[in-house]
Design a protein around this ligand. Structure first.
Ligand SMILES: O=C(CO)COP(=O)(O)O
Length: 251
């Protein structure tokens, strides 16, 4: 059975009490097996959530980090700090960070390398704008982002990278790419990874789709040949909905 990774990206939501309640509700129901459940939480909640998740089937991720280990970077959090408290995954290059916080393909690559240097698994986000899609530039944009993000990684590191394809026009809009369209980009993304490594390596990479994923469309998305999971925003905020998404991975 293939590995499925369902990650809930809470973005800038939830108080500590709400985050704790969520974990209390989800942990007993997280199925494990072939499906990995990851909660991507705001920095301030990470220590408490890691503590709660110990011994469970839920992993805890940061939504960003700096690539340096330490230094004069006011307001930033380093990979050393994340591993020190037991965080295992980190989201890198989310389109909201690229758009509002000046993340570039270069910083995404630096952060991806830094994640591996510190034993963190990166969830690297890529995706095109509506304008780019309408201009038929989707694969140029996504292929380029993937190549730049993975530049300089060993084959072993590439196999461990989780790539999240999130078309920007489908994020938080209720517009999901059709499963076939999403799969087409994910399949082509895998081809790009095969070109820079090998087919054998590319076949092992977990490629997620993200953008208005919800319990009502997860089955269809996961039934596609090249979609190995989902990175979910809005529908990951409620325990019931998140558990349904994770359970879909086990079907
Ligand atoms: O950006 C996303 C996850 O990282 C997708 O968000 P939505 O699921 O709310 O569209």
């Amino acid at each position: 059975m293939r590995k499925v990774v369902i990650a809930g990206n809470w973005k800038m939501n939830k108080t500590l009490a709400e985050a704790s309640d969520f974990m209390d509700a989800v942990i007993p129901k997280a199925p494990g097996g072939n499906t990995e459940a990851i909660v991507c939480a705001p920095f301030v909640h990470l220590p408490a959530l890691v503590e709660k998740a110990k011994g469970s089937n839920v992993k805890v991720a940061a939504q960003n980090m700096h690539f340096e280990e330490s230094g004069a970077y006011t307001g930033e959090v380093s990979p050393v700090m994340l591993t020190d408290i037991g965080v295992t995954h980190v989201v890198i290059g989310h389109s909201e960070r690229r758009e509002y916080f000046a993340e570039t393909d270069e910083s995404v690559n630096q952060k991806t390398k830094a994640a591996f240097a510190h034993g963190l698994t990166p969830i690297v986000c890529v995706g095109e704008t509506l304008e780019q899609r309408e201009a038929n530039e989707t694969m140029d944009v996504v292929g380029n982002q993937v190549k730049k993000a993975l530049a300089g990684l060993s084959d072993e590191q590439v196999t461990q990278t989780i790539v999240a394809y999130e078309p920007i026009w489908a994020i938080g809009t209720g517009k999901t790419a059709s499963s076939e369209d999403a799969n087409e980009v994910c399949a082509k993304t895998r081809k790009v990874i095969a070109e820079i490594t090998s087919q054998g390596i590319a076949d092992q990479v977990v490629i997620q789709y993200g953008g208005s994923v919800k319990p009502a469309n997860i089955d269809e998305l996961l039934a596609q040949s090249d979609i190995d999971g989902a990175l979910v925003g809005g529908a990951s905020l409620e325990p019931e909905s998140f558990v349904q998404l994770v359970e879909a991975g086990t079907k």
